[in-house]
Design a protein around this ligand. Structure first.
Ligand SMILES: Nc1ncnc2c1ncn2[C@@H]1O[C@H](COP(=O)(O)OP(=O)(O)OP(=O)(O)O)[C@@H](O)[C@H]1O
Ligand SMILES: [Mg+2]
Length: 498
């Protein structure tokens, strides 16, 4: 079969980084190719080369066997290549329909933009992917999952032959992920060539026909999914085998640090009560939408519970703002680190030390050397891949930006840290580093709440697991009961097997 798109010898350097070095990639009609590699391997960079955002330093692009060049994003779109990027480029101030049609709006007589056609077209595209979103809504008023659906509708509005999805499911709920898989099937059936980037192996094995692996900006190999197993892919990706063994739990669980009782919210959750101890990792499991993140947001003062009490280190505290939470020693690393996380334009080290300036300033002066060493310590432990710590955080790969956000909150040395999906978007090799660091901090007495939808992570890391369903705690699992089956059944509201 002839590839629709064929890249050969593509290289791309940035100051201090060779992001891509002589890589190749082939995409075939009606097939999904998974692009796999660690954080910083060059996946998003090749996507940007393919969509005319970056110009390669060397190499060739062929479409249907003919040489092509994409000097601009428009040129790539004209040639039928469209992408949904990891950090989606949409405009908050514009409506949903305007975002979908920006740059290629349907035009009527005299070349005027046809607003009615825009709205109808937007509605049809959104309906087609099962998204119930008003085309007239202002984009800035939508949640992340809906924004993602808008980005997908936009990609579909461009008559594309090649569709690129860069970590599309990272921000979606379970139901939306199913819808996205169906969408990918539809695109395949239409003969489109699809490039799919993901760190989730179950997903890759489910929807990809082929794979291509990059490591450190280099092409490592490609082939049919049917002919590899997970271990082989990981080996190609990381250059060594990674056993999914979690750090040994040799922690001393100490006195209670956080006691929550009767926490309720008018719409999101009710009667939440639990105790968290020094040195403990408490897992929160549930289906997406079970209310876990909402509880965490209330504990961090982003929202205020309508009822209930919270005791921190023996003192009853009312937390009405994030400042009060930080002051009480609670910090929260949200799931949506893109929007609430890294401060682009600032160097990595300042991003890390921003909230802990007290610890690195003496007599009111900021000591750059201290700032640097604090940042170096925390980012190294999280396996950050960066050219230098004074580099702009906005230039890091998506997964590496997430590591900076985690480092930043850990560096504040809180009493309690809440990590919401800590390893989402983080590659399989770096995951082990993040887990090891969490275990080490717990051993030093930090109390950790970990919200995770990944069962191996929840079971491998937690001392106890609280299961939530429809805004309530439905089970607390420890010891011998910590099994996948118990968690899944409790989260789904099924009777527990005797
Ligand atoms: N505009 C830029 N300026 C400087 N460096 C850059 C720029 N864009 C990317 N890089 C660097 O190129 C390398 C590859 O980054 P890329 O975003 O392609 O990684 P990725 O494989 O998508 O990783 P992730 O899984 O974390 O999303 C990284 O070292 C990154 O810091
Ligand atoms: Mg990326």
């Amino acid at each position: 079969m002839q590839p629709v798109l064929r890249l050969r010898g593509i290289s791309k350097s940035f100051p201090g980084v060779k992001a891509l070095s002589d890589v190749q990639l082939d995409l075939y009609p009606g097939q999904v190719t998974a692009l796999i590699g660690e954080n910083g391997a060059g996946k998003s960079t090749i996507v940007k080369v393919l969509t005319g955002i970056y110009q390669p330093d060397a190499g060739t692009i062929e479409i249907d066997g003919r040489a092509a060049r994409f000097p601009s994003a428009d040129a790539a779109a004209q040639a039928g290549v469209t992408a949904i990027h990891q950090e989606t480029v949409l405009f908050d101030e514009l409506s949903v329909a305007e975002n979908i049609w920006l740059g290629h709006a349907p035009r009527g007589r005299f070349g005027l933009i046809n607003r009615a056609a825009m709205r109808d077209g937007a509605r049809r595209l959104l309906d087609g992917i099962g998204a119930k979103i008003d085309p007239d809504a202002r984009l800035g008023d939508l949640g992340i999952a809906s924004r993602h659906m808008v980005a997908i509708a936009r990609a579909l509005s461009i008559e594309a032959r090649v569709v690129i999805l860069d970590e599309p499911t990272a921000a979606l709920s379970h139901k939306e992920i199913q819808e996205l898989y169906e969408l990918v099937e539809t695109l395949k059936a239409q003969g489109k060539a699809i490039l799919f980037i993901s760190h989730k192996f179950d997903e890759i094995f489910r929807i990809a026909d082929r794979y291509t692996v990059f490591r450190d900006g280099q092409f490592v190999g490609e082939g049919a999914m049917a002919e590899v197993n997970e271990g082989q892919l990981v080996q190609m990706m990381v250059g060594r085998s990674v056993d999914q063994i979690f750090p040994v739990r040799d922690r001393n669980i100490g006195a209670p640090v956080l006691t929550v009782s009767g926490y309720s919210h008018p719409t999101e959750f009710a009667d939440i009560g639990f105790t968290l101890h020094r040195g403990e990792i408490l897992g929160f499991y549930g289906l997406v939408g079970a209310g876990r993140s909402e509880v965490m947001q209330a504990l961090f003062g982003i929202t205020t519970p309508s009822k209930g009490a919270c005791k921190i280190a023996g003192q009853v505290r009312v937390i009405r703002s994030t400042a009060e939470a930080v002051e009480a020693g609670i910090v929260y690393v949200p799931e949506d680190r893109g929007r609430q996380g890294a401060v682009k334009g600032l160097p990595i080290f300042q991003n890390v030390t921003l909230p802990s300036l007290g610890a690195v300033s003496r007599a009111g002066f900021l000591r750059m050397a201290d700032e640097f060493s604090l940042a170096r310590d925390y980012t190294q432990r999280l396996d950050l891949r960066a050219a230098a710590l004074d580099q702009d955080v906005g230039l890091l790969s998506g997964g590496n930006q997430q590591k900076v956000v985690i480092a930043k909150w850990l560096a504040t040395k809180p009493r309690v840290i809440i990590l919401d999906e800590p390893t989402k978007g983080i590659d399989i090799g770096s995951k082990a580093a993040v887990h090891a660091f969490m275990a080490e901090l717990a051993a030093q007495g930090l109390a950790i709440i970990m919200v995770s939808s990944e069962i191996p992570e929840v079971l491998g890391m937690s001392d106890r697991v609280i299961v939530m369903r429809e805004g309530r705690i439905v089970d607390e699992v420890a010891g011998d009961r910590m099994t996948p089956e118990t968690l899944v059944r409790a989260a789904a509201g099924l009777a527990v097997a005797a």
